[in-house]
Write a protein that binds this ligand. Structure first.
Ligand SMILES: Nc1nc2c(c(=O)[nH]1)N=C([C@H](O)[C@H](O)COP(=O)(O)OP(=O)(O)OP(=O)(O)O)CN2
Length: 160
């Protein structure tokens, strides 16, 4: 029987502080605010005859790097069906439901996501983590993003 193990990385240091707003419909969104988001992940890997699967320090470092990339930014959903974002000098001008918002480009990340939700953040970070982990023999990765204690979403990748 093939042995598999799950490695869980759930470190307090894996977090990013970011501003965002969730869009609920073409006319409803919440006000701009922020969170200290936390990121955790579960890795399924074959367990070798030596009782070792994969060096979890590798995954700790990758998760820390992914958090750093998003830390202390305003996060905008570039693929939202409800808002239009244009570059305007040093700013992004965001059009939503007849209103306009300006964000300094230096403070803002346009992410390839449909909404600034924990679901979409987890999906985006998982895609990056899977790309970084290609060819390492993992069978599953599930990555979670929490916007606060007791509320998170996860996205799952399985090797084909
Ligand atoms: N499915 C989702 N629903 C909601 C999301 C989300 O990402 N996915 N996000 C929000 C808002 O961003 C809101 O900020 C949620 O956070 P909130 O619960 O207000 O955060 P707190 O840390 O203040 O939690 P408390 O329980 O109030 O302490 C809404 N829905």
């Amino acid at each position: 029987m093939a042995d598999y193990t799950s490695l869980h990385i759930d470190k307090e240091s894996h977090k990013f502080s970011a501003a965002h707003y969730t869009i609920f419909s073409a006319t409803e969104r919440e006000r701009l605010h922020g969170h200290n988001y936390s990121v955790s992940a579960r890795f399924i890997a074959p367990l070798g005859d030596n009782g070792f699967s994969a060096d979890y320090n590798v995954y700790k470092n990758r998760l820390a790097g992914l958090c750093e990339e998003l830390d202390e930014y305003m996060l905008l959903a570039a693929e939202s069906p409800y808002q239009r974002i244009e570059e305007d000098g040093n700013f992004y001008r965001v059009h939503f439901n007849g209103e306009e918002m300006l964000f300094l480009r230096a403070d803002t990340l346009l992410l390839p996501i449909r909404n600034a939700t924990v679901e979409e953040f987890s999906r985006y970070l998982l895609q990056k983590l899977v790309a970084l982990s290609a060819g390492e023999g993992l069978t599953e990765i599930e990555l979670f993003v929490a916007s606060g204690p007791g509320q998170k979403a996860g996205s799952l990748w399985r090797s084909s």
